[in-house]
Write a protein that binds this ligand. Structure first.
Ligand code: SAM
Length: 232
């Protein structure tokens, strides 16, 4: 582990109701486009997303570090396995959906392409969210624009779709990173719904930044400028 996650997980426990509400809205949006019967989540945390998938009838598998306190998880312990995702990860079967939500920014930069390759080996459909530069937050060692990840998926033959961010933003309690970062990748040649096809996008467009991130960065820049002026 390259970061102490105790504080983060305490926060997740305290915000359990909001976190589950976000996961429920996320799966409601996702299920309009794909209806996976089996889901694996790399870096599942306490399991809120998987819990929502289970509620929709999917069989679930969660993966996270051995530092997660399983007593605080919202999925059955039997559906959780530990792994260090800084190392290559493989499974004995493929899933209808592989998900990873705000995890890749915690992995060492040189692991990025390998992590994308592992996700593609797990499923034809990947739900992917990872922090952007200057997003803020603890333990972020690999912040990248979404377009960089989209290029890595393209190299694996996966196209990028953007059906979730706008809809997530319409939820008044949405976590900013979910409205900003979450995209769907599908292997080229796999049959998809025409509704999803409408949301096909390209890496440059995937890097679009939302109002939340923009406003936060402008505020920080203004504070820095003021501090510099005051120091003069
Ligand atoms: C910001 S949390 C996101 C958790 C969950 N996906 C969610 O959205 O609630 C980042 C997660 O990545 C996991 N993680 C970070 N580095 C990891 C590693 N090297 N191996 C396994 N899991 C890791 C952490 O334990 C944590 O659960």
């Amino acid at each position: 582990m390259i970061h102490d996650y105790d504080g983060m997980f305490n926060g997740h426990v305290q915000q359990a109701e909001k976190r589950q509400a976000n996961a429920d809205v996320l799966t409601e949006i996702l299920w309009r486009y794909v209806q996976p019967k089996s889901v694996i989540d790399l870096g599942c945390g306490l399991g809120f997303f998987l819990n929502a998938c289970k509620g929709r009838g999917a069989s679930i598998q969660g993966i996270d570090g051995d530092w997660v306190d399983t007593e605080t998880m919202v999925i059955p312990k039997s559906r959780f396995k530990t792994a260090n995702l800084n190392q290559p990860f493989t499974a004995s079967k493929r899933y209808d959906l592989a998900a990873t939500i705000e995890v890749a920014e915690h992995l060492v930069p040189e692991r990025s392409e390998g992590f994308v390759s592992d996700l593609c080996a797990l499923s034809d459909v990947v739900l992917f969210s990872a922090g952007v530069p200057d997003q803020g937050g603890a333990g972020h060692v690999n912040l990248r624009w979404q377009g960089e990840w989209a290029e890595m998926f393209a190299a694996q033959g996966y196209a990028c779709f953007d059906p979730i961010r706008r809809r997530m933003a319409a939820f008044d309690r949405a976590y900013p990173w979910l409205m900003q970062n979450i995209l769907l990748y599908v292997k080229e040649g796999v049959e998809i719904s025409p509704f999803l096809e409408e949301h096909r996008t390209v890496p440059r467009a995937a890097s679009t930044i939302g109002y939340w991130h923009y406003r936060k960065r402008i505020k920080i820049l203004r504070q820095r400028i003021r501090a510099l002026r005051d120091g003069e």
